[in-house]
Ligand binder design. Structure first.
Ligand SMILES: [Ca+2]
Ligand SMILES: [Ca+2]
Length: 215
């Protein structure tokens, strides 16, 4: 048994040379493979997930998590109902070369409206040190937007003596803009259009309670 004291350089490749000499002065040499000393966890990373989901399908990607000394060994990926939780889904062997993951049919409970999830990713380097990142809150929205009222607007209504004022008041954007005044909107529903090629429509705003209208 030998006690060997070594001076190793952090972040650099170190090769250990062992020389053993016996009493007959015969010497054996042994070289280790390259050893890199890493005393720091991976750099900070970010995990990006959708803000809303409507089914049990969650696709997240990530970036960062660089470790210049020893490199990334693997990631863990967890879905929880609380920040940092893994009560819904946990995978501890996401390969280091990956940068996105799709998880389907996670958890045992059906999705509930307005339920929230959080994703936690932990990046491990090759000496077992780790860095953690959390997604923003992921909300469940299982209902489509509530439709507003759509009407056809008579294009005659847009032409008046005060052209600027009338055209502004009668523009499709303004006729049904007032959510409270559905009757006014309905009253302007045109029976006839003068053009065969153009239909002018207006609508009361569609309503989305859980998430928001994207387009
Ligand atoms: Ca490191
Ligand atoms: Ca909704």
């Amino acid at each position: 048994m030998y006690n060997v004291y070594l001076l190793l350089f952090v972040g650099s490749s170190n090769i250990l040379n062992i020389f053993v000499t016996n009493t007959a002065t015969l010497r054996t040499e042994q070289y280790s493979s390259s050893v890199v000393v890493d005393i720091t966890p991976p750099g900070d990373g970010q995990v990006f997930c959708p803000e809303y989901i409507s089914e049990k399908k969650l696709e997240c990607s990530w970036a960062g998590f660089v470790d210049i000394e020893s490199g990334i060994e693997r990631y863990t990926f967890a879905i929880g109902t609380q920040l940092g939780g893994n009560d819904v889904f946990f995978k501890d062997d996401v390969p280091a070369y990956g940068d996105a993951l799709i998880v389907e049919e996670f958890g045992i409970e059906p999705l509930k409206p307005e339920q929230t999830f959080f994703v936690t990713m932990q990046a491990f380097n090759k000496v077992g040190l780790s860095t953690t990142a959390f997604s923003d809150e992921i909300l469940v929205d299982k209902s489509p937007p509530i439709p507003g009222h759509v009407i056809e607007v008579s294009d005659v209504a847009r032409i008046g003596s005060n052209e600027h004022q009338d055209s502004l008041a009668g523009s499709p954007e303004n006729i049904c803009a007032d959510e409270e005044n559905g009757a006014d909107c309905q009253a302007q529903d045109a029976i006839c259009q003068t053009s065969l090629t153009t239909v002018v429509v207006a609508w009361q705003p569609f309503t989305e309670l859980e998430s928001y209208i994207t387009r």
